[in-house]
Write a protein that binds this ligand. Structure first.
Ligand SMILES: O=C(O)C1=C[C@@H](OP(=O)(O)O)[C@@H](O)[C@H](O)C1
Ligand SMILES: C=C(OP(=O)(O)O)C(=O)O
Length: 447
């Protein structure tokens, strides 16, 4: 599943206002976790609203390989018959996680404390990404890993036959690392503790509790101290996956940029560990109304009414980085059309995503005529104001869905169209992106 086939060149160009309802698909982070926790539970978990993007489909296939029965019963409707904590079978095949850092790192976590081994691989993007950040803490449980230089995939992980519980302070703000440790802790006796200096998305903690595990979170001077009591019996659940705020970011930013636009984006998570972009956009002058605030699938959600707005560059608070980590590419594209400068600091984690997102955005924006500055931890975009971005370039996306979608959004307002060399990775997280954007009135074509 890691082959992307032939590249799909796509182009976006200026057109009329965007209007209508942008019902974006299910949350990717929660979809992975629903399948994984379903596989680790006793009984049949029923999931609705599952994101049917390639990243999540790869996790579904992996759960089958470890012994769970995963069945699609309708659009976004899936069941998982779990094998219980500690019940994973040794897979007979290589686990190919495609483009998904979340998939591979969480799955490594949940097999690391079982007496089985598995070999993991992924596409050319995932094979470049660092896995030491999960295999280091997993080694403390007793797991061993054999990968390529620099802790790269392909990699074989040998699970601990007699795991011990672990107390681990995450060295970087990463929900994937936190989650890998907590999932490994499920099959270790006693209490596994993760301390994180900066809070990151908390779906694993919320969902583990929902599946019946004992998880406590305590605020300490060192940061959040998350304690999991090992070897629980997880019980199958009904999971209604809320819509993905990281996907919502694309139609939201497009509507803010295209003159005359007025759209509604229903059911967007307002989980404080995920809503950083919306706070940032409001500080830039965005007209976003949060309507009908409620709870869905255990997450606070709201319907967003978004209207075209005059935007001003700001310094994004670095402490907000984790809560909008996947939204920096589209924020950088939007910042190019703001008046003034947008400063994004504390963003070094962007360098180890599907691509080096600081470099990919900087090179792409420069090709479109925008002045940027970067250092290891910073991206600064000098906005050209509405109508100021020349465009007229073909941007390299480096097998990165968010780079592709960000430049397709920018092309809706640049003076000349913008093309991306390969839009096929969009299917990893937002398979209906083109249709949804076209229905709103955007001009996005395949060349
Ligand atoms: O746990 C998750 O579901 C995710 C965590 C983040 O990655 P890091 O843990 O590398 O920050 C994020 O970028 C990714 O898209 C999804
Ligand atoms: C970083 C992302 O995903 P992952 O790490 O799961 O590949 C993303 O979707 O932006």
């Amino acid at each position: 599943m890691s082959a992307h086939g032939s590249p799909i060149r796509m182009t976006s160009r200026k057109g009329g206002p965007l209007s209508g309802v942008a019902a974006v698909p299910g949350d990717k982070s929660i979809s992975h976790r629903a399948l994984i926790l379903g596989a680790l539970s006793v009984g049949t978990t029923r999931i609705t609203g599952l994101l049917e993007g390639q990243d999540v489909l790869d996790t579904a296939r992996a759960m089958q390989a470890f012994g769970a029965t995963v069945t699609r019963t309708g659009p976004g409707a899936w069941t998982v018959e779990g094998v219980g904590v500690g019940g994973f079978a040794e897979p007979a095949e290589v686990i190919d996680c495609g483009n998904s850092g979340t998939g591979v790192r969480l799955i490594m976590g949940c097999m690391a404390t079982s007496p089985i081994s598995a070999t993991f691989t992924g596409d050319a993007s995932l094979r470049k990404r660092p896995m030491g950040r999960v295999t280091d803490p997993l080694a403390l449980f007793g797991a061993r890993s054999y990968g390529r230089a620099g802790g790269r995939l392909p990699m074989t992980l040998v699970g601990a036959a007699e795991p011990v519980p672990v107390t681990y302070t995450t060295p970087m703000a990463s929900a994937q690392v936190k989650s890998a440790v907590l999932l490994a802790g499920l099959n270790a006796p006693g209490q596994t503790v993760v301390i994180e200096k900066t809070p990151t998305r908390d779906h694993t903690e919320r969902m583990l509790r929902g599946f019946g595990a004992e998880v406590t979170v305590e605020a300490t001077p060192e940061g959040n101290r998350i304690t999991l009591t090992g070897q629980p019996e997880l019980r199958a659940q009904e999971v209604a996956v809320p819509r993905d705020p990281s996907s919502a970011a694309f139609p939201v930013c497009a509507a803010l940029l295209v003159p005359g636009s007025d759209i509604l984006v229903p059911g967007v998570s307002q989980n404080p560990t995920r809503n950083g972009l919306f706070l940032t956009l409001r500080e830039m002058g965005a007209d976003i109304e949060f309507l009908n605030e409620r709870e869905e699938g255990g997450e606070p959600v709201a319907d967003l009414r978004v209207r075209h707005s005059a935007l001003t560059g700001i310094a994004v608070p670095p402490e907000r980085a984790a809560a909008q980590i996947d939204e920096y590419p589209v924020l950088a594209a939007l910042a190019a059309c703001a008046s003034g400068t947008t400063v994004m600091r504390g963003v070094h984690e962007l360098r180890v995503k599907e691509s080096d997102r600081i470099a990919a955005m900087a090179r792409g924006l420069e090709a479109c005529g925008v002045r940027v500055e970067e250092d290891e931890d910073t991206l600064i975009v000098h906005g050209l104001g509405p109508d100021g971005v020349p465009g007229g370039a073909t941007v390299a996306t480096h097998i990165d869905h968010r780079i592709a979608m960000s430049f397709l959004v920018l092309g809706l307002v640049s003076q000349q169209p913008i093309s991306v060399d390969d839009g096929s990775p969009i299917a990893t997280s937002f398979p209906v992106f083109e249709d949804l954007m076209r229905q709103l009135g955007a001009s996005i074509t395949r060349d």
